[in-house]
Design a protein around this ligand. Structure first.
Ligand SMILES: [Zn+2]
Ligand SMILES: [Zn+2]
Length: 403
């Protein structure tokens, strides 16, 4: 069931009057992005448009080509404390088919802004226009337009290309729209928001042989069965009951279905791990390796673990999350700010930025169809509110950082 898109409150009153005044302009910008979705790290049109808009707003610096098509805008405040705050928007779309037939539906078959990154990009442009016009802050604004969130680690790609060396920031912020919240609701927590999402492959090797003479083999299938059972104890016996983790096996493969009397020489087990704390992530990887290796040895087999750390967990900096929640409450009222929002086992590459820089990942409700669904569409009504939240956070935090 879709959450109502009807706002809980008068969003125009919650937003900054200047940004609210530009609402139609940014609705049009968002819908243009929506018509021409681009995937992964390959966002030339979107990045060019962003550059053109930024130029028209009179920001101080525009830097393109960071990690491919990443764009950074720098805006200087009226005074310069030497401090800087970053705000990041993801800008990429998804390889999926849009099912709605609204006027701004995707013009490109098989590509769709199904996660609202068109809206995030438009929101950060609204922030850029507002900050360039008002300059009511002490220090520097660094606005980061990042491709490749949907599975391409675009944040890491920009960081590896020197993002934070070239544009050092003291804090960094990002928002994601949420269909699970009504328009006007804002949600976060003071710790982990999203899980680390990792993948692993275990290869169990034995000396296979004739199924009629098992005593002359070391059977990797039997060893794998015990390993899979023993792996269940990572979550039940190793991870604290007060923490949580997921170890799921998605594939097991060995042998040939036509070879019923052949004990194969190896077995491959593939799975995913989700954790919320760096130490739990380390623990889960360590126990996977220990259990697989030692159980394999007990059957005369060997195990090798290939553990791929994909996205780290998204962890908010507690005092900054509280500060941002207070700013949100000033805009929409305390009753519309969920300060203890449940964490999600999904992944998000803003985590790479929060690994390096203190900051906050926050959700702004929009109602409507769920993200990654063919009927999803970003709700333009929340652009002024989200832009106001980000801009006010930047102003307020730079004021605090200058003290
Ligand atoms: Zn998504
Ligand atoms: Zn997204």
């Amino acid at each position: 069931m879709n959450v109502s898109q009807v706002p809980l409150i008068d969003l125009s009153k919650a937003s900054d009057p200047l940004i609210e005044f530009w609402k139609d302009e940014f609705r049009q910008i968002r819908r243009d992005f929506h018509r021409y979705p681009e995937l992964g790290l390959d966002t030339p049109r979107t990045s060019q448009k962003i550059e053109d808009y930024l130029y028209s707003y009179g920001v101080d610096e525009i830097h393109t080509g960071i990690g491919g098509h990443g764009v950074v805008a720098v805006i200087n405040g009226k005074t310069n404390s030497g401090k800087a705050v970053g705000i990041r928007a993801d800008i990429d779309a998804l390889p999926m088919i849009e099912l709605s037939d609204h006027d701004h539906a995707s013009c490109l078959e098989g590509k769709m802004h199904g996660c609202g990154h068109d809206g995030h990009a438009a929101t950060l442009l609204a922030v850029a226009k507002y900050l360039a016009k008002t300059r009511n802050f002490n220090g520097k604004a660094v606005l980061i337009f990042q491709p490749g969130e949907e599975g391409y680690s675009g944040a890491k790609v920009m960081i590896d290309d020197g993002l934070f060396e070239r544009f050092p920031v003291d804090e960094v912020y990002a928002y994601h729209n949420s269909s699970q919240l009504r328009a006007g609701q804002i949600a976060l927590n003071y710790g982990s928001m999203q899980a680390a999402a990792d993948a692993f492959t275990l290869t169990i090797t034995g000396s296979g042989g004739h199924g009629s003479r098992p005593e002359s083999t070391h059977d990797p299938i039997v060893a794998s069965a015990y390993i899979i059972t023993a792996l269940q104890t990572i979550v039940s016996r190793n991870v604290s009951p007060l923490d949580s983790a997921v170890v799921s096996i998605g594939s097991i493969h060995s042998g040939n279905p036509l070879a019923q009397s052949v004990i194969p020489g190896s077995c491959q087990i593939v799975g995913t791990c989700r954790t919320f704390l760096p130490q739990t992530r380390d623990l889960v990887e360590k126990r996977l390796k220990e259990i697989a290796e030692t159980v394999a040895i007990s059957f005369g087999c060997t195990a090798t673990l290939d553990y791929d750390r994909k996205y780290p967990p998204v962890i908010n900096t507690p005092h900054l999350a509280q500060a941002m929640a207070d700013i949100a409450a000033n805009l929409v009222g305390e009753e519309n700010v969920l300060r203890d929002y449940p964490r999600s086992t999904g992944g998000e590459d803003f985590a790479f930025m929060l690994e390096k820089i203190p900051g906050v990942y926050i959700r702004v409700g929009q109602g409507g169809a769920p993200a990654h669904n063919g009927f999803y569409d970003f709700n333009d009504e929340i652009i002024p509110l989200a832009a106001t939240l980000l801009a006010k956070t930047l102003e307020k935090r730079l004021e605090e950082l200058a003290k």
